[in-house]
Write a protein that binds this ligand. Structure first.
Ligand code: CP
Length: 308
């Protein structure tokens, strides 16, 4: 068990592997405190945040909006479709501008993996960067809210059996979660179409058929089929996918009594999991969305703490 009473302080949040176990547990603990009503003491300083989303988002974008407002930050609106991005301005110059006008923290989602490298190497850009998802790379804030949700349920990670199922190669959620859950002592099982599995995941867990895994696991984490990252040549049947790789009502009956169902959402209902399971008793999907606000408050606080 990792204990921490220290408040976490971060310059940026770009990947989960850059966090120590103590920092992860510190953020989970702080997320839980915010959920119970804790208030951030910003020493009276005014902070500015902006959310730069170059890929579509509902949960990440809007829960950052809510988290920023709950912390009392000034939120600078940005829409790529009505910004100077439409005149050809690059991501670098957009962030440089935000930094120059006084933005303290920029939450960024972008289609390019590792888009943040050139931003953090800049000597001119002063604002902190929080990665809201980089292509098929990582989704660290989703990983941390998933960890918070698992921790709330079980109170530990060591020895938990976690299935990560679905479109693994294209999922940044899967990559962040497999790295951190393995490091925290969970046992990982992978399942889903073989063409969406990569041998590089072998170091984190064991690949198998869902029917051979379903009765073993404490956490059944389904992933969205990411059609937008496919090349369009694959034939795909929703019903065929659901029956072979999805959590059907029949398969869900074989889950352990205390097992929970998770999905980062958006969900393709009746594809990754049966419609009736989404809001069912074993689902923690709604809790994941709510926890997103509290975990993002903890992350924002951690990057602003050093500037306060
Ligand atoms: N889970 C997640 O990242 O959802 P959005 O794409 O809606 O932000």
């Amino acid at each position: 068990m990792i204990h921490t009473s220290e408040r976490v302080s971060l310059k940026h949040l770009l990947t989960v592997e850059a966090l120590s176990d103590q920092e992860v547990m510190g953020l989970i603990r702080r997320g839980q405190e915010f959920k119970k009503g804790a208030v951030w003491q910003s020493a009276g300083k005014q902070f500015f945040a902006t959310n730069l989303f170059f890929e579509n988002s509902t949960r990440t974008h809007k829960s950052f909006d809510v988290a920023e407002k709950k912390l009392g930050l000034e939120v600078i609106e940005f829409e790529a479709s009505t910004s100077s991005v439409q005149k050809g301005e690059t991501l670098y110059d957009t962030v440089l501008t935000m930094s120059a006008i006084g933005v303290d923290v920029a939450v960024i989602r972008h289609g390019e993996e590792n888009y943040y490298d050139e931003l953090i190497q800049s000597k001119t850009i002063q604002c902190s960067i929080i990665n809201g998802g980089d292509g098929s790379g990582q989704h660290p804030t989703q990983c941390l809210l998933d960890l918070m949700t698992i921790y709330e349920e079980f109170g530990h990670f060591e020895g938990l059996k976690v299935a990560i199922v679905g479109d693994l190669t294209h999922s940044r959620v899967a990559k962040s979660n497999m790295q951190m859950l393995k490091r925290l002592g969970a046992e990982i099982y992978f399942s889903g179409p073989e063409e969406w599995y990569d041998a590089q995941f072998d170091v984190y867990g064991e690949y198998g058929q869902l029917d051979d895994i379903v009765e073993k696991v404490d956490v059944m984490m389904l992933l969205r089929v990411q059609h937008e990252r496919h090349d369009g040549t694959e034939s795909f049947s929703k019903e065929g996918y659901h029956q072979q790789y999805g959590l059907t009502v029949e398969r869900a009956k074989r889950l352990k009594k205390g097992a929970i169902i998770m999905h980062p959402a958006p969900i393709n209902r009746d594809v990754e999991l049966a419609d009736s399971l989404v809001e069912g008793i074993q689902s923690r999907i709604i809790q994941q969305m709510s926890n997103g606000v509290y975990m993002r408050m903890a992350i924002l606080e951690a990057v602003l703490e050093g500037k306060a």
